[in-house]
Design a protein. Structure first.
Length: 134
């Protein structure tokens, strides 16, 4: 029906816009981190010398930062892909494109859900640690 197609079209445009913006920001931040990450980390150690404990820790921290950039990259990638597939599915009236769009959207929510569960679990553990040590 026309009402549903309009809402799905608006959802697809927003998904494509937010996914594209997320991809651009994630990639540009990762490139900035790769190009000047070592300088940033060395400045952190210079301002707080107690932070430097293990030799080669700068590289390990840079790798962790890049690894954490993969999370928003994949969320943005699947969101962008979902929006594109939904637009194509609505334009050409192809059910397989719409199914693929919803599958990619399900991946976005799965990734976000996993990290939300991890965050809530750590928050509960932190609350319990504070509660039982006080």
């Amino acid at each position: 029906d026309d009402y549903t197609r309009r809402h799905l079209g608006e959802l697809a445009r927003w998904a494509r816009f937010l996914g594209g913006a997320g991809l651009i920001l994630t990639v540009s931040f990762a490139l900035l981190l790769i190009s000047s990450g070592n300088t940033i980390i060395q400045n952190m150690y210079r301002t707080n010398p107690a932070m430097k404990t293990v030799e080669g820790e700068e590289k390990a921290m840079a790798y962790w930062m890049v690894a954490f950039m993969l999370i928003p990259f994949f969320i943005s990638f699947y969101l962008f892909r979902s929006g594109n597939r939904m637009i194509l599915g609505l334009k050409h009236e192809r059910q397989d494109y719409l199914n693929n769009a919803l599958y990619n959207l399900k991946r976005v929510f799965r990734i976000i859900g996993i990290f939300m569960i991890i965050y809530l679990s750590l928050s509960i553990l932190g609350f319990l640690a504070v509660f039982f040590t006080a």
